[in-house]
Design a protein around this ligand. Sequence first.
Ligand SMILES: [Zn+2]
Length: 513
Amino acid sequence: MQKAGFGLIAVIMMTGMTGTAEAKWLRADTESFIIYSESGEKPLREFAANLQRFDTTLRLVFNVAQKGEESRLPIYLLPSRDDVARLATGSRSAPVSGFYRQDRDGSFALSHRQSGGTLPGTSAAQQVLFHEYSHHFMKRHLRVAFPGWFIEGFAEYYSTVDFDKEGRAMIGQPAHRRGYGLLMLPKMPAERVLLEPPGAMRSRGQTDVYYGRSWLLTHMLFHDAARANQVNTYTNAINAGIEPRKAATDAFGDLAQLDKDLNRYVEGRLSYRTTRDPVPVSTAIKITPLSADEDAVMMLRLERLNVRGDKPRLTNVRDALRALAAKLPTNPDVHYELAAAEWDIAPAARDLAAMRAALDKVLAAKPEHVRANVLLGQLQLYELRQKGETDPAAWRAARRPIQIANRADPNDPIPLHAYFQSFLTERTRPSDMAIKGLERAFVLTPENLSLRSAYAVSLAHLGRFEPAINLAKTVAFDPHDNGRGDALLKRIETMRDRGAAVAAPSADDDAGD
Ligand SMILES: [Zn+2]
């Protein structure tokens, strides 16, 4: 069965690759996003303007003065919900209609262009994308720790933002898609929502109720005048290290009463807010077609970015890239993807000679290719580590391509992070320059958990335990983190307790991706 499934994926990918005349990828550059889509120019421009307007709305609500981003979020739009589900999980029928990820290639979000749905409000696709982007925005601009329910409740709350005829943002409209779970499925006590992470839910129904109740609780806390400011009190307490149950009861009062209030709240009419002024529409949207080289590899690139450690899928995409590279020997983008896929494969199964050959081809055509230079550096560093090399000159030479990458794009956090990691691979103390670079990478993309973890550890090594612990907490509370943050937090607390600000970091400081 599984084999048949993968065969099908290959067929789908091939269809995407060969493409038809109308299936050309366009790219929209806005102040905060790079959006890729195969739609026509007009719908892409409308989509980009609407999303940028949503971003502006969040900036107005949270007083973020900065306009746009130095490191913009790539968003890929696929034709349908099922295409997104397949990329996310390998199965077209999986319950995934959009997602947001941060990994070693950087952050990105995936959504689709399918319109409609039978529920009132904006389209399901838009709500999912606004939900995912709210996660990104929260991680980037609200730099404190939040518990899982509030991270999801916040994203659900802003997912329904819509604009009236004058262009004013309407905020806090009902999340209709949560209606069934909230009204028809067993109610989940507020106490459980407050104290359990979303990952603790045991079924799709339970997860739906958890998200619904998190949204409802967030909505009530934002709109009920009697509970004004409780969220701030609660968040401050959590960040001061107060135990979660105590933080909740201190801020919200008796949790059984909170639950009763919540049950009453869902029966009532929900209010929403409208901004006083219209939210401006950005005119700075540039739409360009991808080059033929980039266009040819887009679907395989997306497949590679989304296999998430699924070995058969990864081997499959590597093989498809090999075939495409043989067909398009002068296309540097295909060779880059091939090298990256090879690197992603487990050490025992990957072909590093083929990876190097592919990188050589990319760099012969584009010597300043940022990510290819980073990969070359990482490959060279890995080989030195395997060899047990001790000559500092060899290590300096190995990390040189990463410096070339950084010079080519100083605002790309990936080379900065890779440069820092190179010292950990060498098992030596990162240079001051490397630590400064990591700090800059963190400022550019604070949402990247792996980078955030590395930065927290480097702060701890410098003896700056308080900011290190606060950062580690933001990782630990992330519901998408799978427990890595807890280990990080314990480790930094142990370092603090031992007063260990001196030891050189070990290779396991590499937080992986
Ligand atoms: Zn979410």
